[in-house]
Design a protein around this ligand. Structure first.
Ligand SMILES: NC(=O)c1ccc[n+]([C@@H]2O[C@H](COP(=O)([O-])OP(=O)(O)OC[C@H]3O[C@@H](n4cnc5c(N)ncnc54)[C@H](OP(=O)(O)O)[C@@H]3O)[C@@H](O)[C@H]2O)c1
Length: 199
């Protein structure tokens, strides 16, 4: 399958890319600083541009989107808008516009994360964004039924990111990138839709 992967150079993106390539899929690797397929999730025009250039597609996978982390009192309206605009609206826009570039019967996979279900200090915006995305996936899959499949991969901290997030996630179990990669394979190749892969 030909798959647009947004966020392909990140820790989660590399996990998805390695697993999907190993299954024989063709990956169009996109991210902000890509020389070939630049895209910024916060810019709807650039999302449209990468879809136009990459399509027609069998699937779109997103492993990008940022949210600010700060103590609850410091997360002001501007911080909220940053998180909503990038990880939430960016991925929604990618799927919304992506339906014109993906063949009927194709799939979309978005990235959420453990904060949708388990809280950490400084993570209230990320928790809200992940939770909203997961509710949106479940709701949207019904309306897209028979046309497109839509799932979310919702991992705990990756083993490969453990050092980076050690202070924010003290004592949390981690999941290996290879396991996370298989969740993307499952989303792309299975018949499932409306699923949240909590790993
Ligand atoms: N790592 C973990 O342990 C973990 C666990 C659970 C969930 N997650 C979630 O997974 C996602 C990726 O995390 P990560 O650790 O893989 O991050 P990362 O290593 O920093 O990689 C982010 C990737 O996304 C691209 N990117 C960043 N902002 C973008 C934007 N606005 N538009 C398009 N591409 C953008 C980056 O490339 P450019 O800089 O070139 O754009 C890069 O390819 C995040 O939403 C995170 O919350 C991560």
């Amino acid at each position: 399958m030909k798959i647009l992967l947004v966020g392909a150079t990140g820790t989660v993106g590399r996990a998805a890319k390695d697993a999907l390539v190993a299954r024989g899929h063709e990956i169009v690797a996109a991210h902000r600083s890509s020389p070939d397929y630049p895209v910024d999730l916060t810019d709807p025009g650039s999302i449209q541009d990468v879809l136009d250039r990459a399509g027609p597609l069998d699937a779109v996978v997103c492993t990008a989107g940022t949210t600010p982390y700060a103590p609850w009192d410091e997360l002001d309206r501007e911080a909220w808008l940053t998180g909503l605009n990038s990880k939430l609206l960016g991925q929604v826009e990618l799927v919304r516009r992506g339906t014109a570039a993906v063949r009927t019967g194709g799939s979309f996979t978005v990235i959420t994360g453990i904060l949708a279900r388990e809280p950490i200090r400084t993570g209230s915006v990320a928790a809200a964004v992940n939770g909203a995305l997961e509710a949106w996936v479940v709701a949207s899959a019904g309306e897209l039924w028979g046309r497109y499949r839509l799932n979310a991969v919702s991992p705990t901290v990756l083993t490969e990111s453990k050092d980076k997030y050690a202070d924010a996630f003290p004592g949390y179990p981690t999941v290996d990138a290879a396991v996370v990669g298989q969740a993307f394979v499952r989303s792309v190749e299975s018949m499932e839709t409306g699923q949240i892969y909590r790993i």
